[in-house]
Ligand binder design. Sequence first.
Ligand code: XIL
Length: 524
Amino acid sequence: MPTPSPRASRRALLAGAAAAGGAAVLPLATAGPAHADDLLLSTDFSSGTTEGWYPRGAVALSVNAEGNLLVEGRTATWNGPAIDITAHIEVGVRYQLRVLLRLPSGTDAADLRTTVQRDAAGSTAYETVRWNTAVTPDAWTEFTGTYSITQPADLLQFYVESDSSLTPVLVDDFTLTRIQEPEIQDLLPLKDFLECDFPIGCAVEPPEVVGKPAELLAKHFAQVTTGNQMKPDAIQPTEGVFTFDRADQIVAFAEANGMRIWGHTLLWHNQTPAWWFLDAAGNPLQPTRAHRALLLARFEAHVTALAEHYGDRVWAWDVVNEVVDPEQADGLRRSRWYEVFGGGAYIGEVFKIARRVLPRKVKLFINDYNTEFPDKREALYNLVQDLKRGRVPVDGVGHQAHVDYKRDPQLLGESIDAFRRLRVLQAVTELDVSVSDYMEESLPSTPPERLAAQGRYYQELFAVLRARARHLESVTMWGLYDAVSWLRTWPVSRPHEAPLFFDDRLQAKAAYWGVVDPAQLPPE
Ligand code: XIL
């Protein structure tokens, strides 16, 4: 019997999934599935007492005549009302934390956020639940976010803080609910559908490698990127002190599930601790020979620690991230690295160090965003061409592909075609498709027609990418499901942004069907 061709077996897989009832229904909107979450804790201050809330730092708490918690006397941004939720939170379960916030009349609008302080194994982390959002005296603003832990904690303290203002704050209607996880749908795994094209990857944080999200991740994805957990600030927060713990949780899960690991990132102008750019006396590094040598020594120590810890278990590293700026005459971003080197010479140097220190088979990438646009494409192309001519060991180019549903999907294809001339590996490293119309738009809800348009977008984009599968090492999504997307909080708070394949309840969206079976998409 002849073996079925890859395409034929893909059709068979699809037919099987449809027959099993997996592909029949197209969920168009994210809202309103039947579910009842368990209410674990609620405070509305109707008792006239603070109902378990206590001061975090120097603040005074009282309940006013309207039955709201009034928070006054804040002297630091982290001062605010707090409540202990430790007893309610289990490892691997997702919770929703909701609270209403308002400012007393006569005060200026201010950005507030909600955070959990997590103390575990002798260290403390501050984890954002809902990112900075403007609050006014005029109306209540709802702050809702999901929260989960991956390891037992000694203390979990939920609190309200501000970005910069020391404003008094009013609080009402706090709830902590346990999210009733829906079953993971019996769908054709993306990684099986794309098996003959490229490994499909996903950037994740530790909460995505436990519980239901982990089930979804292992089912659909063949590769992981450690979202924030291998960035300089996560790996070496203090000089000489390496913290692999959070990254290791992701790596362990990936290895247990046979997934390839992508390392992000060795050098970036963001999420790099301040010490990196200070001398022994705490002064900013200067463009001197000695300080250039110091920067490179620090880089080498950093990569050496990573090489010793991960070796070739990391398949590829983003060696430099976002060093290009087409607005500059030399096409290079002005960063602290650039300033100390008085130009882009550091880029070649760090690639050479990475090549020397990391195992030979680990692939070395240069990664950037907007590479689909001709100006950025050209600036990056010229840089990589110069590096190659200078015999700098660059293996590949990463296209982040943070796009939106109106950006022409063909552009990315044109960039991939262009870079083929340089004989470098290529990958799509951080794909998401925003449904917002412009950078600062914050939708009041997610319109079903935008999700449908996004489904058609993913259909077209994946046609572009699959046609170039031979030239792509992998295609990675920047997040597993909408609720954990970075676009919920960047560049502005956008609680209804929905750029990924799976919705807040881990259910497949039109975006998934656009890739796997466009016949399931609604007519235009
Ligand atoms: C983002 C993370 O997803 C956020 O959680 C973090 O607050 C900021 O960084 N380009 C990159 C990624 O290379 O590292 C960025 O990740 C998204 C843009």
